[in-house]
Design a protein around this ligand. Structure first.
Ligand SMILES: NC(=O)c1ccc[n+]([C@@H]2O[C@H](COP(=O)([O-])OP(=O)(O)OC[C@H]3O[C@@H](n4cnc5c(N)ncnc54)[C@H](O)[C@@H]3O)[C@@H](O)[C@H]2O)c1
Length: 260
């Protein structure tokens, strides 16, 4: 991207994991960045490294999301891409013991947060249109032992699809990414460390490869770029084949036989 074409992106949950990798990738591609995260420390250090703007922002609070988007427009005069990425794992466990406040907090962050980001980004995007990208999950495809997370990621996909249809006439494309297991702070804390998270994912993936945050960042960069100009309302699954495998990969290596 040349200086003359410099475009502006806002990324939420940019302080670590997929959001941070995406910020680095967009920076390399020449984007001007406004980064938001609930935790000031990580996003502040990254913004300093990339020469970006950092704002502390709880995406569950509409005013804070509006302020994040407004900062992009006030400082840089435009908004071209909004990445609604912030998320938490939230309440894990049996539905009968899930506290309502925990369930609702997950939906506030991962459903309302995406709605606020989409709403304020769409209002801020000008005649050139733009791109809105949402982080969904494989939990959108199959149920997972985390009811609030599964519910939220299904909702993110349907919000992606419905807003994609409405905003298409304004030249705004809306798509989602559904990562499989990527080793980040989120998955490491669930699995008991980075190595355990990696090994657990590797054992389940048909492709013997665990996608990295950089793989997800590359996909965000593709969907934000002109090569994806005809793509909207879609969910791009990046999971080393995990969601396609109804049976474990080893099943296909079983002894040859014909069963009648
Ligand atoms: N890592 C994976 O395997 C995986 C798979 C599928 C989907 N995802 C999704 O990717 C996104 C990023 O997750 P990650 O794996 O990079 O995890 P992560 O924990 O490394 O990063 C999440 C970031 O979001 C921030 N955040 C949390 N709550 C926030 C809030 N209310 N407002 C603003 N920021 C907030 C955190 O501070 C953190 O910096 C999430 O939406 C997650 O559900 C991750």
């Amino acid at each position: 991207m040349t200086e003359a074409l410099k475009k502006v992106a806002v990324i939420t949950g940019a302080g670590s994991g997929l959001g941070a990798a995406t910020a680095r990738r967009f920076h390399r591609d020449g984007w001007t960045l406004v980064l938001g995260d609930l935790r000031a420390e990580g996003v502040g250090a990254l913004a300093q490294e990339l020469g970006a703007t950092a704002l502390t922002c709880d995406v569950a609070d509409e005013d804070q999301v509006a302020a994040l988007v407004a900062a992009a427009v006030e400082r840089h005069g435009r908004l071209d891409c909004m990445i609604n990425n912030a998320g938490i794992l939230g309440a894990i466990g049996p539905v009968g013991r899930t506290p309502a406040r925990d369930f609702n907090r997950v939906l506030d962050i991962m459903v309302s947060g995406v709605f606020y980001g989409t709403k304020h980004a769409a209002n801020a995007m000008g005649e050139d249109g733009g791109v809105i990208l949402n982080t969904a999950s494989l939990a959108r495809i199959g149920a997972w032992a985390n009811h609030s997370y599964t519910t939220a990621k299904h909702a993110v996909v349907e919000l992606t699809r419905s807003t994609a249809v409405e905003l298409a006439s304004r030249g705004i494309r809306v798509n989602a990414l559904a990562p499989g297991n990527v080793v980040t702070g989120m998955t490491s804390s669930l699995s008991g460390g980075k190595k355990a998270a990696h090994d657990r994912a590797l054992a389940r993936n048909p492709v013997p490869y665990v996608c990295t945050a950089d793989d997800i960042a590359d996909a965000f960069a593709y969907l934000a770029g002109p090569s994806a100009r005809g793509i909207t309302g879609q969910v791009l699954v990046i999971d080393s084949g995990l969601s396609t495998a109804v049976v474990p990969p080893a099943y296909h290596q079983a002894e040859d036989r014909f069963v009648d």
